[in-house]
Write a protein that binds this ligand. Structure first.
Ligand SMILES: [Zn+2]
Ligand SMILES: [Zn+2]
Length: 296
């Protein structure tokens, strides 16, 4: 592969025939040798695909020819080559599985009733104006935040996006209901929904990081309010915004800082945990240590 690229985009827009979009997108990806993961619903599309630069460009051009996707905010990054094991294009009830499809209303203008979108510089203006009052609320799975997060962020106890409803209804965060809360996630899609769910449950001053950590990191690198590495769902596993980023997570074997998640050697366990390259080479801590029936 000459120049491997990965692109990420989502678009909330009514799609009356998601199955037709699925067939079109699958054919388009196959024709351009792209692999990755695309979810389509009646509310829009969420895509992460990778391939050679020229192929990815062709894919983008054609995707934009469909009027509802014309102005999609497409985020590009460098891949390693063969960044995804396969192509998966599916229709699902929700673009992101919060398990509440009926709560999300989408028009041609996007999700209705969500938090105010803040571009990276607007986010800094909010922090300047409101200071310590501002709370960052991580909209990802807790594991992702182990290696990087917004400074001082609240990290909900979530294994998957399904856990958010219970978390925000638990009462744990009720003291945030009248404070400015800024939700953030990798590329912004999870916050589009999460911010609606929070507003519907009594959070009164909700914002969302527009374009997610990806856009924030492009703007401020390691000189803003982001610390560490960004977890990503492809072969790269994590990315950093320039030199000098230090991951926040520690190897379970030796305690060294590392951004490297590995899969538990117990195949019945799907857990990922942090293990540094030295410990991996030495064969230390082959399992997560938290699963049933794992060898000691
Ligand atoms: Zn180690
Ligand atoms: Zn395990």
């Amino acid at each position: 592969m000459a120049i491997p690229k990965i692109l990420l985009f989502y678009k909330f827009t009514p799609l009356p025939d998601p199955e037709a979009i699925r067939l079109w997108q699958r054919t388009l990806c196959e024709a351009n040798n792209l692999r990755g993961r695309i979810i389509i619903s009646e509310d829009g599309i969420n895509a992460t695909v990778g391939g050679d630069l020229d192929d990815v460009k062709r894919y983008v051009r054609t995707t934009r020819e469909y009027a509802p996707f014309k102005d999609a905010d497409i985020k590009w990054s460098d891949g390693l080559g063969d960044d995804f094991p396969r192509l998966s294009v599916k229709v699902r009830p929700e673009l992101v599985t919060f398990t509440v499809p009926e709560e999300v209303k989408v028009t041609a203008d996007g999700v209705q009733g969500g938090g105010v979108h803040l571009k990276p510089e607007q986010l800094h203006e909010l922090v300047e104006a409101r200071g310590e009052e501002v709370v960052f609320f991580d909209g990802r799975n807790a594991m992702e935040a182990e290696i990087g997060r917004m400074r001082g962020a609240v990290i909900p106890n979530t294994d998957t996006t399904r856990d958010f409803i219970d978390e925000i209804e638990s009462g744990k965060y009720d003291d945030l209901k009248n404070r400015p809360v800024v939700t953030y996630c990798t590329g912004g899609i999870r916050c589009e929904v999460l911010s609606v769910l929070m507003k519907n449950r009594g959070f009164t001053d909700v914002y969302q990081m527009d374009g997610g950590i990806v856009r924030y990191g492009e703007k401020y690198g390691n000189d803003g309010l982001w610390d560490g590495s960004l977890y990503v769902f492809d072969k790269r596993m994590h990315i950093e915004f320039g030199q000098g980023a230090e991951s926040l997570g520690s190897c379970v074997g030796c305690g060294e800082r590392t951004p490297v998640f590995v899969n538990c050697a117990n195949l019945a366990c799907r857990k990922q945990y942090l293990r540094c390259e030295q410990c991996t080479e030495a064969g230390r801590v082959p399992t997560c240590g938290q699963c049933e029936g794992a060898p000691a």
